[in-house]
Design a protein around this ligand. Structure first.
Ligand code: NAD
Length: 430
């Protein structure tokens, strides 16, 4: 594996670091387009979203006052199949963030070669300060507003930050009521009772584990006993901790939005989960010492898994990263400038479009099962997921080697190449 390759196409890198996620996604795309020598017209098609819908969502709050939220649904590309992407509830959601996340979905579904395009949705809100009733009313009205562009053949939402299987159940119910029949395949990540797939809840984390195993093999690092730090103790981070601990890796640090917990001898993920359920945070868990999110990222450990939000490793702290392998559980945690620093330091980064693609892969399985009206066993889901993730890892490594590039560029070359080929074969309409 070429770990020390030539610098990352500096001609494509803006002189100053830009933290706008959509600009970042375009820089990443441009680098791959350059390596693939893509035609300028094709570049224009692929670097911009196909469709953007911005909506106002009036909601009656518990105090009977009306509050209007802003929401977005962005479909970046549908050349290879229906658009696919999660819905995020967060105060910092912006249109540019949703555009970036939609583009990353296009490259992710293409990296693992599943027949979907890429999309994303988001609502600017603070879900931690909303009641369940308020969240339900907001979700149902948001669904109604984006109804014209979603659907099992058009665009299929899934959970993302601060949304979950309950959110998907409300979307599925609202959509079904509007079209006049039950339509489970309009969303993935649903409760099993509504047609959700076995294994979906931990699929992203299982994919993270599989690519971490492959990366560790390449770096001759035994997973058993390896020290692992995980930023973000949500859907992805929590299950990742449990799966790594099952492989006898040592989870030494975990964190959430309030800070982190550290124990060099290892943290029991199940106890951490119970503690967080009780207190709302991992901070202060008995038997651990407190550390900040910045300190967690800079820990000396074998594997670092950012599994919270984007732009957590930038030029400001890339130099301090001491992990041997970084596996991006989150979308967009490392900026292109930081990528370059990590690459020069010899840190092996498994990029988001590959590393966290296990979630969308099992979402694809869920959609297939819904379309067939048939369900697979959890074991079958795991086996198929494992095969797809390992194949994608091998293809990405091969592409990186071919282009003397690092893994993110390898993944983008694979993904952009696939979407470009489909787009060219389909041609322009009219
Ligand atoms: P989640 O809402 O379940 O969990 C997010 C976690 O991040 C929470 O523990 C929260 O406390 C923590 N967090 C929030 N702000 C933080 C901060 N400033 N510093 C540290 N921690 C912070 O969300 P999730 O579904 O686990 O998603 C996490 C990341 O993984 C996102 O980037 C998401 O896009 C990505 N992702 C999720 C899935 C999925 O299947 N859920 C799939 C692919 C990628």
């Amino acid at each position: 594996m070429a770990t020390v390759a030539r610098p990352i196409l500096p001609s494509r890198m803006p002189p100053r670091e830009d933290l706008n996620p959509f600009h970042i996604s375009q820089i990443q795309f441009d680098m791959a387009a350059e390596l693939l020598k893509l035609d300028p017209g094709l570049r224009q098609i692929l670097r911009t979203p196909k469709r953007i819908l911005e909506v106002s969502i009036p909601v009656q709050m518990d105090n009977r006052q009306t509050k209007v939220f802003s929401g977005f649904r962005v479909q970046h590309n549908v050349a290879r199949g229906p658009a696919k992407g999660g819905i995020r509830y967060h105060p910092n959601v912006s249109l540019d963030e949703v555009k970036a996340l939609a583009a990353w979905m296009t490259w992710k579904t293409a990296t693992v070669n599943i027949p979907f395009g890429g999309s994303k949705g988001g609502v600017i809100c603070d879900p931690k300060r909303m009641s369940k009733g308020e969240l339900e009313r907001m979700t149902r009205r948001f669904t109604y507003e984006i109804l014209p562009i979603i659907g099992p053949e058009n665009d299929i939402p899934a959970p993302d930050v601060y949304t979950d299987s309950q959110t998907m159940a409300w979307i599925m119910d609202t959509y079904s009521a509007s079209v006049g029949h039950s339509s489970p395949s309009v969303v993935t990540g649903k409760p099993i009772a509504l047609g959700g797939s076995a294994g979906r809840h931990e699929a992203t984390s299982r994919g993270v584990l599989v690519v971490a195993e492959e990366a560790a093999k390449l770096k001759r690092l035994p997973l058993r006993g390896a020290s692992v730090a995980v930023q973000g103790f949500g859907s992805v981070g929590r299950a990742a901790c449990r799966l790594f601990a099952e492989r006898r890796a040592k989870v030494v640090a975990i964190s959430d939005s309030r800070g982190g917990a550290y124990n060099a001898r290892g943290i029991d993920p199940l106890r951490a989960q119970r503690y967080k359920d009780r207190t709302g945070t991992v901070v202060g868990m008995p038997g651990t010492s407190r550390l900040s999110n910045d300190e967690l990222l800079a820990l000396k450990c074998d594997i670092l898994i950012p599994a919270a939000l984007e732009n957590v490793i930038t030029l400001a702290n890339a130099d301090q990263i001491k992990a041997r392998i970084v596996v991006e559980g989150a979308n967009g945690p490392i900026t292109p400038h930081a990528d370059e620093v990590l690459h020069r330091k010899g840190v092996f980064v498994v990029p988001d479009v590959l590393a966290n693609a296990g979630g969308v892969t099992v979402s694809y399985f869920e959609w297939v099962q819904n379309q067939q009206g048939y369900s697979w066993s959890e074991e079958e889901v795991h086996t198929r997921l494992d095969a797809i993730m390992r194949r994608a890892f091998r293809e990405v490594v091969a592409a990186a080697q071919k282009h003397h590039a690092h893994l993110r560029q390898g993944a983008y070359v694979v993904a952009v190449g696939r979407v470009a080929e489909t787009t060219t074969s389909r041609g322009l309409f009219p």
